[in-house]
Design a protein. Sequence first.
Length: 303
Amino acid sequence: MTKGVLVAVAAVVLGLAAPGAVAANEPPFVGWSALLPGLSLPPYDAASSDDCVAGRIQCVDGTIREMTRRFERLADSCDHDAVFALTYLRVTEEYRRTIERPFFDDTPFVNYEDTVFARYYFAAYDAWAKGRIAEVPPAWRVAFDAAAAHRISGTGDLLLGINAHVQRDLPLVLYSIGLVRPDGTSRKADHDRVNMILNRVVEPLIAEIARRFDPTVDDADLPTSLDEAALFQLLAGWREKAWRNAEALALAATPEARRRLVSLIEDDAAAEARAIVVSTAYPPLVGGGTARDVYCAMHHDDP
């Protein structure tokens, strides 16, 4: 993959990142926008006439169409947010290919999760784009602000988007849709199977980002797959923490305790985002993202 990605990942892993949310010291409660009421679909119902509520594959197709529309608009203008938009699109496309055959224990429910999860990203971006900054979760605000300011490398844009969506959004999504089946058994096995899909996507995704948007993302390819492994392990670790934070939310003794846990999750993801900015920012007096923008203008529509 890239020396730049490896350095950034190492910086996050080795100490720039904040401690896990549920293990951190509890800060003063300052309010929360948790679970984004109104964004989630009605509860999962396999018998619903609504394809998304029932988790039918047609809803996944609709999500991909919406992701494609959003990505193409960003790509055409070389918007730095295109890096994460492409990432999310390619992961969802690979998910769609995967569910053509048996893979998950409960595919319709995972389809439902896929829809709810995507809506969190769409809502965060739309609020930021429309200037409703108070509605944008802090980790997303750092990501969108850094992209708009052309402050960080393509590696940074990639990590910031993944951090906000996995460390901030995912535990809230998992808690809101439920961690167990009606018979009381855990849905964790299907959650972990998603990692296999992510592992397949990492290498071709990084190559495409480098080809179309920022060549520095893979400008120091190593002769082994260690770099890809480092990035994947970071992502898998964040997904594991998201599940554990969702469990903590589900086990919270009172609504107040749950609100405080959400505040910790928000703070943790925001601190991680700030650390990523530090580790992937362009050095001063070197033109920032100008060279990247010139390159993108010439290559963003490369197949």
